[in-house]
Design a protein around this ligand. Sequence first.
Ligand SMILES: [Mn+2]
Length: 237
Amino acid sequence: MRGRQDRLAESLQEIYAALGDEQRLVLEYKFFEPAFYHTDVPDWGTSYAQTLALGEKAFVCLDTGHHAPGTNIEFIVMQLLRLGKLGSFDFNSRFYADDDLIVGAADPFQLFRIMHEVIRGGGYGKDSGVALMLDQCHNLEEKIPGQIRSVLNVQEMTARALLVDTAALTEAQRAGDVLAANAVFNDAFYTDVRPVLAEWRESRGLPADPLAAFKASGYQKKINEDRVGGQQAGWGA
Ligand SMILES: [Mn+2]
């Protein structure tokens, strides 16, 4: 196991040395891939240790589906932001393991808690280096609307998390007032932000309802017809 970590460090150093000025490296972790008992980057701590050794252009990539059930992902978000090493998210959602479902599908409140920590920790905004990406596998639903839904879910939870009255929350936390803190937090979570987001899109010349606009465009129907008889993309499984 130690030999493998050393070889991983060596190979990452070679890759890191080849990075350009405008490039950076993000190292993802996952607790059971490719193997179960031992895998080289099973957790955020290993990814952190490896990227810390590389230097300032190396960061951790947090894939929300790559943790054991019950893991406090928002804690990891907080800690990596605190350490200045959160580089990116691979957003998805899971029930069993790395299900790669539409982000926010299984646990919208978890997505809200994650976005709250992102914002609180300085990971949100133009100056933040945190890249919000999707890493999903759409099996039943069609891919493009599935991804539009995912983007909308992240937007909605980000907007709700931005509504958290941080001053009131901090005050309640310092006072040890659990119920007041809970009320502040949930007030934001239960706020329906969809109408204001629709207005915001329209103000930028975008469709108020992206899913309806995509459906009305006829693009899905067109590509479905164009691709009849084609080879389906996949892992070959
Ligand atoms: Mn991933």
